[in-house]
Design a protein around this ligand. Structure first.
Ligand code: BES
Ligand code: ZN
Ligand code: ZN
Length: 493
């Protein structure tokens, strides 16, 4: 989709979308819209309340007019959500030429609104049916000639153009991440995740090193290898680094993502009812990949190092058995009470590795880690754990601003008993049905040494969820926008 800016729009349009906040509609705005439409519609206009996502469509002498409700005092994520669902729901009505009027937006953050609008319009074109034999209709805004004309009063359109471009680039990366997460377990593997990262790094300019099973063995990533024991597909360990030239003085931000390409539970096998969701158990890795790709595309002034341990968790004669004691990269021994608590094992190696080899100023891991996080927050927030209040506050803020919400849970030492083992340094499961997400965080904490700035995001409930573009649960790319915003607002003291 190409984008241009128009300060003096012509009289007609194929399709015009006018976003309106509920607290902003007055007679003057309505009259201006009627003038644009070349038609008065007094009664209908009274009905339009600009509720979040509400759409009023009218065939006017000048073209198809859509009023799009944003709700009261909409923020970035409200605008984003309204446009995303508009783009998806009205795909049949839209054509490849869309006009977007910003003439009635009095928002302070007008430029950010445009980024949200363009991102939403673009993400709304996503098609989930990758494996259907017949392609369903292409979204008109995805066709080669697709064009968006933005109506604005601003003479200097450069900031708007930059915001719109940002919206488009992030949308493209988000959709590539949807593809990765939505791919079934038999269409992805640790090797294909590694290949994705290498290709993305080459294309957008960040360094990717891929370590195979032999190298992983030499490196001593014993917990990752243990989870991979029962797998047909060998494990990979993916390390990424991004930093624009001349900006190496920036504080290093470390990201670790859980890359389990399918989680059967291993010998502690999962019930079959929802096992198919476990193709999304690499949602943490996907967020890290997406954040790297987007940061590189946008040439953000940040210095990032990322680590993705990747394997599936399978059932086999060689599989890890409940009760086994394994080693780990950190040197600590682990009693594996439950082989379904595999994410924390591979993250333990990822965290210890990134801290020992890169010592980042801040380390954030993202993982679809526990059913407990889903039971706690449902599908509306990720669980946040941090050993630094400043880090927790900044991440929470980034989540609120992007609509990818986080809520903090404690990691008090009162929970330490949950990971105490009689025969090894730690155990991976308490055996109790309580405080599962917290116990998992306590386990991870045992592998960060004395690092003072670590956060763990348990995104089990939010990485794979209800979306506009699919009738069943599907990928959300949760974490990309959150991390991008975090990079912007993280101000180390
Ligand atoms: N991948 C799962 C967690 C999960 C659950 C993600 C639901 C997305 C939706 C993880 O590996 C797991 O199986 N966790 C177990 C741990 C337990 C055995 C200690 C869980 O939460 O039940
Ligand atoms: Zn599991
Ligand atoms: Zn898992």
């Amino acid at each position: 989709m190409t984008i241009s800016f128009i300060t003096a729009p012509g009289a007609t349009f194929d399709n015009l979308v006018v976003p309106l906040a509920a607290d902003q509609i007055d007679d003057a705005v309505l009259r201006a819209i009627e003038t644009t439409a070349g038609q008065a519609f007094p009664l209908l206009m009274k009905d339009f309340k600009a509720e979040p996502g509400e759409v009023f469509m009218q065939y006017t002498p000048n073209g198809r007019l859509f009023l799009l409700g944003l709700g009261k005092q909409p923020g970035f994520s409200d605008v984003l959500r309204a446009f995303r669902s508009f783009s998806f729901k009205y795909k049949q009505k839209l054509t490849s030429r869309l006009h977007l009027s910003l003439l009635h937006c009095h928002a302070d953050d007008y430029v950010q609104w445009l980024e949200a609008a363009v991102n939403g319009l673009s993400v709304g074109t996503y098609q989930v049916g990758k494996y259907k034999s017949e392609n369903s209709n292409e979204h008109p805004l995805e066709t080669p000639g697709a064009h968006l004309s933005v109506w604005t009063n601003d003479a200097d359109t450069a900031p708007l153009a930059k915001a719109a471009d940002r919206g488009l680039q992030i949308a493209d990366t988000q959709m590539r991440i949807f593809d990765l997460v939505n791919a079934p377990g038999n269409k992805k593997s640790p090797a294909s995740l590694a290949a994705w990262a290498v290709e993305s790094g080459n294309k957008y300019g960040y360094r990717v090193a891929v370590y195979d099973k032999e190298q992983i063995t030499d490196m001593g990533l014993e917990a990752l290898l243990a989870v991979n024991r029962g797998s047909e597909d060998p494990a990979y360990f993916i390390v990424m680094e991004y930093g624009p030239k001349g900006e190496r003085h920036l504080p290093l931000i470390g990201l670790v993502g859980k890359g389990v390409t399918f989680d059967t539970g291993g010998l502690s096998i999962k019930p079959s009812a929802n096992m198919h969701y476990m193709k999304s158990d690499m949602g943490g890795a996907a967020a890290v990949f997406g954040a790297f790709e987007a940061a590189a595309r946008l040439q953000l002034p940040v210095h990032l190092v990322g680590v993705v341990p990747s394997t599936d968790n399978s059932v086999d004669a060689l599989s890890l058995k409940p009760g086994d004691v394994i080693g780990s990269y950190s040197g600590k021994t682990i009693e594996v009470i439950d082989t379904d608590a595999e994410g924390r094992l591979i993250l333990a190696d990822g965290l210890a590795y990134i801290i020992r080899n890169y010592n980042p100023q801040v380390v954030i891991d993202l993982a679809t880690l526990t059913g407990s996080a889903v039971r706690t927050f449902g599908y509306h927030a990720g669980a946040l754990f941090a050993n630094s209040d400043a880090l927790a506050e900044t991440l929470t803020k980034a989540g609120d601003q992007t609509g990818e919400r986080l809520w903090r849970l404690p990691i008090w030492d009162a929970y330490k008993d949950d990971i105490k083992s009689d025969i090894a340094d730690v155990r991976n499961f308490s055996g109790k049905p309580t405080a599962g997400a917290i116990a998992a965080a306590k386990f991870l904490e045992a592998f960060i040494g004395d690092h003072p700035n670590w956060a763990h995001l348990d995104i089990a409930g939010v990485a794979y969820n209800d979306t506009e573009y699919a009738s069943q649960k599907a990928a959300t790319a949760f974490g990309i926008r959150l991390l991008l915003r975090f990079f912007e607002i993280w101000n180390p003291k």
